[in-house]
Ligand binder design. Structure first.
Ligand code: FES
Ligand SMILES: [Fe+2]
Length: 404
């Protein structure tokens, strides 16, 4: 499509995206250096790292890293790589290294800050051998409202500044929470498709039968926000009709049993403010947060690309610090019922993003439309796409000459 054709359609480059952003390996490769190495990247909730030696491993872009709690309580990040001959120090996502990581290949050891502290049989390296040279390069770590981020670049400003306009919204929903655990799954599609889907409220009533049923006949309220520097938000009041969902499930299952016997349909064992908005927050480039009405289900999802058409989603379920065991169990059940590769909601989204990746191969249709919402400014209706356009506005800036 030429610029002339786009303007004829009332569109401009800010409202469509060339589908090669999801399929071109050169663009993907450029994203690793231009975007993933130059942004603050979420790694863990600080409650996941309780004592010395606790660690989380992750990939930033495709670079393996470790976040580890030191003896003094500090959080240290360094590359997950042995400086001897390159083996990763751990293949576990989470664990405790004890006093040190020991490489499984030749037994070199590295402390909780990545310093090289042990080399077996060092005499053969000669008298001038210095272990310090083999310390693993460290990585910047900063924390925001209990969320721990790393940044591979020294040239990017502090995390607080990076969060910018989205910061207060993230703080509001995350403060006072703790991690209840993680699940991860993969889909055959580009990482950006999931991030877009998260802030897309045009799709749910079609993609998710369980959501669409609840909204039938209801005037939909809520807003979609462009937040600066690639962030975004959806915010809407609780207004679905649960009785419709119950009726639809009875009809589908053919079961007459009282669905309220199912613990998932009972009131949660903690206080819920049913007037509180549902919030979906997207942090540039690959972090998504969802806080459901009254804090009933709070999740974080972070996207770990594994190639131009393969992505791992890591999900953290969050609870309120110090709450009871039944409350935690209820939240976990509720989260896994709808989220994860088999969840009633995420399962449908998996299908949608995989179908898109398949469709992108049709080169005669090279553009995707993201133009919903015509009001100037940064706020539209619930089904509008201001947040998506904010993402690509920032993406183009980060990608520079590599953008399409
Ligand atoms: S590769 Fe790690 S000790 Fe040799
Ligand atoms: Fe969805």
């Amino acid at each position: 499509m030429t610029d002339e054709q786009l303007s004829h359609l009332g569109l401009d480059m800010g409202r469509v995206i060339d589908r090669r952003v999801y399929t071109d390996p050169h663009i993907y490769k450029a994203e690793m250096t231009q975007v993933f190495s130059r942004t603050w990247q979420f790694v863990a909730h600080e409650s996941e790292l309780q004592g010395p030696g606790d660690y989380i491993s992750a990939t930033i872009g495709e670079q393996p890293i470790i976040l580890c709690k030191g003896r003094d309580g500090s959080l240290n990040a360094f590359y997950n790589v042995c400086t001897h001959r390159g083996a990763v120090l751990t293949t576990r996502r989470k664990g405790n290294c004890g006093a040190a990581f020991r490489c499984m290949y030749h037994g070199w050891t590295f402390d909780q800050e990545g310093h090289c502290i042990g080399v077996p049989y060092p005499d053969a390296y000669g008298q001038d051998f210095s272990r310090d040279v083999y310390d693993i390069p460290s990585i910047r770590v900063e924390t925001f409202a209990g969320l721990v981020f790393v940044c591979l670049s020294d040239d990017i400003g502090p995390l607080e500044e990076y969060m910018g306009e989205v910061g207060p919204y993230v703080r509001e929903v995350v403060e006072g929470t703790e991690s209840l655990g993680r699940v991860r799954w993969a889909y055959d599609g580009n990482w950006k498709s999931w991030h877009e889907n998260f802030a897309d409220n045009y799709h749910p009533e079609f993609t998710h039968p369980v959501v669409g049923t609840g909204y039938r006949g209801i005037e939909v309220k809520g807003n979609n926000y462009w937040l600066d520097e690639g962030h975004g938000m959806l915010r809407f009041p609780p207004q679905r009709d649960p009785q419709r969902i119950v009726a639809a499930m009875r009809e589908t299952s053919g079961l007459e049993n009282n669905i309220s016997d199912n613990p998932l349909w009972q009131r949660p064992p903690f206080d819920v403010d049913f007037k509180q908005d549902h919030r979906i927050i997207t942090v540039f480039p690959n972090l998504d947060l969802q806080f459901m009405t009254g804090g009933m289900m709070n999740i974080i999802q972070v996207l770990r690309p594994q190639g131009v058409d393969r992505t791992v989603v890591e999900l953290l379920a969050l609870g309120t610090k110090g709450e009871s065991q039944p409350a935690r169990e209820w939240r976990l059940e509720r989260t896994l019922d709808s989220q994860g590769s088999t969840g009633k909601v995420s399962g449908d989204d998996n299908e949608a993003v995989v179908r898109c990746q398949l469709g992108f191969a049709a080169s005669a249709v090279p553009w995707s439309n993201m133009s919903r919402g015509q009001e100037p400014g940064k706020v539209g209706g619930k089904r509008d796409e201001y947040s998506m356009r904010s993402f690509y506005h920032a993406w183009r800036r980060y990608m520079g000459e590599h953008a399409l």
